[in-house]
Design a protein around this ligand. Structure first.
Ligand SMILES: Cc1cc2nc3c(=O)[nH]c(=O)nc-3n(C[C@H](O)[C@H](O)[C@H](O)COP(=O)(O)OP(=O)(O)OC[C@H]3O[C@@H](n4cnc5c(N)ncnc54)[C@H](O)[C@@H]3O)c2cc1C
Length: 398
């Protein structure tokens, strides 16, 4: 018989949110993490309003806010014309207790969650344990782990694969990861230089359109992150050369030609969605299930929404309040909104910022200005970019 627990592969934000939600409902959880400690890389840095509402229920929103910046406003700019439109999440303050984005690194959240989880007797975590394979039958799941030179087995009633974009769970379950890879890579440079000193009307989240040099400017505590697309003609070595980074930064504010750079990240960007989010007792969540470009900050947030949806469904089955066939709704709801909202919106965001055709640029500017001039359209827009709309849409699917 399998152990009466849920196994979770991966201690990223998605795996640990799922763990926190399950143990709060009295369900024993083991998290299996390949790394020897939590990740520290500079990656996602935006927590959207409804995600903060979910984290609040886990006791994690206030500590996260204490280590982040509240960003109620978002700006869209064009490099040629400056500010196009500004939006304020306080205009949907009736739909969320957190009418702002919190800007801070995802590694802050994983540390907050782990510290809380370690106090819960239902929680265990095994670092240095990489899932290599799994098999399942009608009673449970049997996972093969690599721990150093050893191979070990763990069993549980269900397995959540929250093991990131290269998910071994997804491979073991033989699930296709359909989609495409953008030709550009994305280069993120972080600087302590305060752009507000030279662009006083800037807010903490700014997307800047330009056919060649589109970028975003995002503020996190003590730093600004600037992201640029890197075309296929530029090698990784060139893109990572500090002089090349400085040449890109020099285009952001005329007259400023040198910045202190404290982090550089270069990564390849994909739009891919797993063909299924559930196979029997095995589920995919977060990057294991879907990946997208970072324009709009929807990847990690969507993954956290997966984790909450799935954990609550598993808890109902655990308590005997729902049958196992109810778990299909996880796939239906989360996969549908991933395709309809997250993939569509992030692809559109990139197309809008990089538009080269003057008619497409004008259409983008006119659309944004018409939206910001109309309160009803502004609310619909804010619901979409905050991901409130995708959660409403998921809840309506049955
Ligand atoms: C370089 C980079 C930069 C990014 N920048 C941004 C950004 O600027 N904005 C944005 O919105 N998003 C960004 N993202 C995406 C964002 O980081 C992810 O959406 C988010 O981390 C997803 O969380 P997750 O928990 O699903 O997966 P992850 O955070 O990837 O966590 C997966 C965990 O699983 C572990 N693991 C992997 N394989 C195994 C295994 N076989 N067994 C057990 N454990 C395993 C890993 O060690 C890791 O701890 C970036 C991603 C990368 C790679």
């Amino acid at each position: 018989m399998p152990e009466e627990r849920v196994l979770i592969a991966g201690a990223g934000p998605v795996g640990l949110v799922a763990a926190a939600r399950l143990v709060r409902q009295g369900i024993p959880v083991t998290v299996l993490e390949a790394g020897s400690a939590l990740g520290t890389e500079s990656r996602a840095s935006t927590f959207h309003p409804p995600t903060l509402d979910m984290l609040h229920e886990l006791g994690a929103a206030d500590p996260l806010r204490a280590q982040g910046l509240e960003a109620p406003e978002v700006q869209y700019r064009s490099k040629a014309e400056g500010l196009i439109a500004q939006f304020d999440f306080r205009d949907i303050g009736d739909l969320t207790a957190h009418p702002y984005r919190v800007q801070t690194e995802q590694s802050k959240l994983t540390r907050i969650l782990l510290e809380q989880l370690e106090r819960d007797p239902n929680f265990e975590i095994e670092f240095g344990s990489a899932l290599e394979g799994m098999e399942q039958d009608e009673t449970g799941v049997r996972v093969t782990l690599r721990r150093g030179e050893d191979r070990q087995i763990r069993t549980g009633r269900f397995l959540i694969g929250a093991d990131g974009a290269r998910s071994a769970t997804r491979r073991a379950a033989n699930i296709e990861f359909e989609g495409f890879t953008w030709p550009e890579r994305f280069l993120v440079l972080s600087t302590p230089f305060d752009f507000k000193d030279v662009i006083p009307d800037l807010v903490s989240v700014n997307y800047v359109a330009d056919p060649q040099h589109w970028h975003f400017l995002l503020r996190i505590p003590h730093l600004w992150r600037v992201m640029f697309p890197i075309g296929p003609d530029t090698s990784d070595d060139t893109a990572l050369d500090p002089a090349f980074g400085q040449s890109l930064m020099a285009r952001v504010v005329p007259g400023i030609t040198h910045y202190e750079i404290v982090h550089t990240t270069l990564y390849r960007v994909h739009q891919r969605v797993a063909k299924q989010f559930r196979v029997g007792r095995v589920f995919l969540a977060g990057d294991a299930a879907h990946i997208n470009n970072p324009l709009g900050g929807m990847g990690m947030n969507g993954g956290i929404h997966d984790a909450i949806n799935l954990s609550d469904r598993l808890a109902q089955v655990w308590a005997g309040q729902a049958g196992e066939n109810s778990l299909d709704l996880y796939d239906r709801q989360r996969r549908t909104v991933t395709m309809e909202s997250v993939q569509t919106q992030t692809i559109q965001n990139k197309r809008d910022l990089e538009a080269a055709d003057p008619a497409a640029q004008a259409e983008f500017r006119d659309r944004l200005r018409a939206t910001s001039a109309d309160p009803a359209k502004t609310r619909e827009f804010l619901k979409r970019i905050s991901m409130v709309a995708s959660l409403h849409r998921a809840a309506a699917l049955n």
